[in-house]
Design a protein around this ligand. Structure first.
Ligand SMILES: *Cc1c(COP(=O)(O)O)cnc(C)c1O
Length: 366
């Protein structure tokens, strides 16, 4: 079996695959309601929150769109902080629905400019919300979210977070950092397949929701809240199999213990960076302090043909990694190490890289 080391989908443990192969049950019945309540309680402990939390059937981007349409009205001023492709996507969703979006953009590989965020809020008091990516999977960078959230909340703004590739692997304490809307996706740290987004909603977010006028139907948080509180159900048919898989996956996470899960990701990320450096490679994020614990991006240099590298790794070593997205296509490659990942997996990737790099031209130029 190939080593799937991309920033999601990630491999799933046997227990998860087994749970997901169960026969269907009635999503309007007591058995499903009980299962969903249990899964949501466990997700809340990983989110470290007492806020409401719902399962939305859709990918991470669906969850991001849900956050926008439930919090904003057309014309609302929004500060979008972007450090890469996923931050750009979040800003684009807000623009698509008619928000008045001011963008603060960092150079690829650099974290969000905290001073610029402060300044932008002072310059425009009407800004209602800050939208920001916690972990930018396109560059392998983790933003200083605690600091950004503090600035936002001290100024009385909403803070809406794409934690799609961090939650469950990198510490993101929702209540402690007062994060208003936080979105993640099932295929990232959660060790289950794609198909669901999980979203937490604070009290401040509910107040904003009550006034938000962007049209919404499928993603409407009011509909999700009403039927969940009355019956433990979803407004629409949920991805039942994903919920089956979440039960053992969340048990594994909680049994390992959150601090241990975070420490494992930190250790494995470091192992990845150090291993790559030992092979002569250059991590894309220069300041280690912001290097992601879930995805490592490596600069393409020294004559390396990145497409060839990915192909050799896949065809000859059964290791699947990612390239760069959009403007970074051909300029970086990325190794995902989130969810179900152990030291030995990364050692295998590094062993394969060692043999594949020279075949892909690495070292043939300065
Ligand atoms: C994967 C990812 C998304 C979007 O996920 P989809 O499930 O593909 O819609 C959004 N943001 C970040 C940071 C991601 O890593």
């Amino acid at each position: 079996m190939a080593q799937l080391r991309i920033p999601g989908p990630t491999p799933c443990p046997e227990e998860v695959l087994k749970a997901m192969s169960r026969q269907m049950i009635n999503h309007r019945g007591d058995e499903y309601a009980k299962l969903q309540r249990e899964v949501i309680a466990k997700l809340k402990s990983v989110f470290q929150t007492q806020n409401d939390l719902y399962l939305l059937t859709g990918s991470g981007t669906g969850g991001m769109e849900a956050a926008i349409v439930n919090m904003l009205s057309p014309g609302d001023k929004v500060l979008a902080v972007t450090v890469g492709a996923f931050g750009d996507r979040f800003a684009n969703i807000a623009k698509t629905y008619g928000a008045d979006v001011t963008i603060i953009k960092s150079e690829f590989g650099k974290p969000a400019d905290v001073a610029a965020i402060k300044k932008a809020l002072q310059a425009e008091p009407k800004i209602k919300a800050i939208i920001v990516t916690h972990n930018e999977s396109s560059t392998g960078l983790t933003n200083p979210l605690e600091e950004i959230a503090k600035i936002a909340k001290d100024a009385g703004k909403l803070i809406i977070v794409d934690a799609v590739s961090s939650m469950g692997a990198i510490d993101c304490p929702v209540d402690k950092w007062k994060l208003d809307v936080v979105v993640t996706g099932s295929q990232k740290s959660w060790m289950v397949p794609p198909g669901m987004a999980f979203v937490s909603i604070s009290q401040d977010a509910w107040k904003a929701h009550a006034e938000a006028k962007i049209p919404r139907f499928y993603w409407d948080f009011t509909r999700a809240k009403k039927i969940y509180e009355e019956k433990g159900q979803n407004p629409w048919t949920p991805a039942v199999s994903i919920v089956f898989g979440l039960q053992p996956a969340l048990d594994m996470i909680l049994k390992e213990g959150l601090p241990n899960v975070f420490a494992r990701h930190a250790r494995i990320a470091k192992l990845t960076r150090e291993g790559c450096k030992a092979l002569g490679l250059t991590p894309f994020v220069a300041d280690e302090k912001y290097a992601s614990n879930t995805v490592t991006a490596i600069t393409v240099n020294k004559g390396l043909d990145q497409k060839k590298l990915n192909k050799i790794l896949r065809d000859e070593f059964q290791v699947v990694i990612s390239g760069g997205q959009q403007a970074l296509e051909g300029k970086i490659f990325r190794i995902g190490h989130l969810g179900w990942v152990a030291d030995k997996d990364i050692k295998e990737v590094l062993d394969a890289l060692k043999l594949a790099l020279p075949k892909a031209g690495f070292g043939s130029a300065k």
